[in-house]
Each structure stands twice: as C-alpha cells, then as structure tokens.
Design a protein around this ligand. Structure first.
Ligand code: ZN
Length: 231
C-alpha cells in the first residue's frame, strides 16, 4: 500500500480501506480487507482505535454541502481514500468527522432547503400580487378611456390582457399594454367578441376581415355608449 500518490494537505489525516488483510502495528488486531486504517511512515498500518480516530463517523461523499459543513464543524477530521485498481489512483470515498458535526451540517442544509422553499413561495405570492395590481391598473385605464364601460367588463378585459402578457413578456413589456392604442384595441376586441355575432360569423367560415367589417358599426356603437374618448 503506497499512499505517496495522494496529496496530503498539512493537518489532514488520511484514512485508507485495507486492501489485503494485515495487522495493526500497535495493538496487533487483525485488520481485514475493507476496514479503515491509517498508515504511519515508521510503523505502517494502524487501526482507527490506535490512531485515535475511532470516535469519528464516516460520511460518504455525495452531498458536497453536507461534507463541507461537517468538515467545518468537526474539530478532528480525516479524509477516507480507496485505491482504484482500474484508475490506478487513490480516490476519495468520504470523510471521518464527529457525529455532532454531521448532525449540525445536515440540520443546516435542511434549513437551507426550507429557506429556499419559503423564498420561492414568497416570490410566487409576489408575482400573483403584481398581476392583481396590473389588472386593476389596466381596468382603471380602460375606464378612463371608456368612462361608461361597466366595471365587470373592464375587469374582464384587463384580466384577459394580463393573462396574455404574463405568458410572454415581463413587467416592462406589460407596462406597454397601458398604451392608449393598446387599450382601445383590447376593448374593441372584447366588444367584438361579447356584443356582436363576430364569433358566429367566424364559425360559419366567413373571412376575418369581412366579419370585422360586418360588425364594425355595432362595435362603434357600443364603444360610443361606453363613452369612447376617441374612435
Ligand atoms: Zn490497533
């Protein structure tokens, strides 16, 4: 067993999995293949008990955040390596750290996950609120251009515009929807669908431009009733 190929940082204890059955150089206990040992330059293999590492717990690699935090929390720690026959090098399997350090690390990571979840929930809530603000502002704009437009209609048109914009644009682009022309078009479209037989004409296969011209008078009439400032 030759750990020379492993770069050892100062203050870092290296632990290896035994590859061939051997004995502890200090207590003479049998060390079967697969047990963890340290290697001392002069004496060779030492069992974890003789190396004073027996009280540590093995934390397998896999969760980088838990490993990083457990390392930070543990006063004494060791890196566990195993020789890879195929790759011809020692590979990190995990760390040995105090049990409390693992518990703290796991608790912190859980708290993080919980915090991230709550942040996402808050973000979602905020988006929903923003959309409500957008709808009510849009409805107000409609009622400015069409003072007699019933509130229910204004809200419905605004909600529709909001749904349309939320799927494809951000807030800045949504603000453009407050452009008077855009509002006029949104209201005219709503009137066309709700107060004329435009949809029925389309269903009958009548061309869009032709259907529109057929309902134009009716649309203009309703917009006029709603107090259209322009047209
Ligand atoms: Zn021993």
């Amino acid at each position: 067993m030759e750990p020379a190929s492993v770069e050892q940082k100062p203050g870092e204890i290296l632990v290896f999995f035994v590859r061939r059955d051997t004995q502890c150089a200090e207590c003479g206990d049998d060390l079967f293949s697969g047990t963890m040992i340290t290697l001392e330059k002069e004496r060779g293999a030492l069992c974890l008990s003789c190396a004073d590492l027996e009280h540590l717990e093995f934390l397998a690699s896999g969760d980088a955040a838990v490993t990083r935090r457990a390392t930070k929390h543990s006063k004494l720690r060791a890196v566990v390596l195993q020789w890879s026959r195929t790759r011809k090098r020692y590979e990190r399997q995990g760390i040995l750290v105090e049990a409390e350090a693992i518990e703290s690390a796991e608790a912190e990571c859980l708290a993080d996950a919980e915090r991230r979840k709550r942040q996402a929930e808050r973000r979602e809530l905020r988006t929903a609120e923003l959309d409500e603000v957008f709808v009510s502002e849009f409805a107000q704009e409609i009622r400015q251009q069409f003072p007699n437009c019933p509130i229910a209609n204004a809200n419905r048109i605004a909600e529709h515009a909001c749904l349309r914009s939320s799927g494809r644009v951000g807030r800045t682009a949504a603000a453009k929807e407050f452009d008077p022309d855009a509002i006029y078009l949104a209201v005219a479209a709503a009137v066309r669908h709700e107060f004329t037989n435009y949809d029925i004409l389309l269903l009958r296969g009548i061309e869009r431009s032709q259907a529109r011209s057929r309902v134009r008078d009716k649309v203009q009439q309703t917009l006029g009733e709603w107090g259209a400032v322009r047209g």
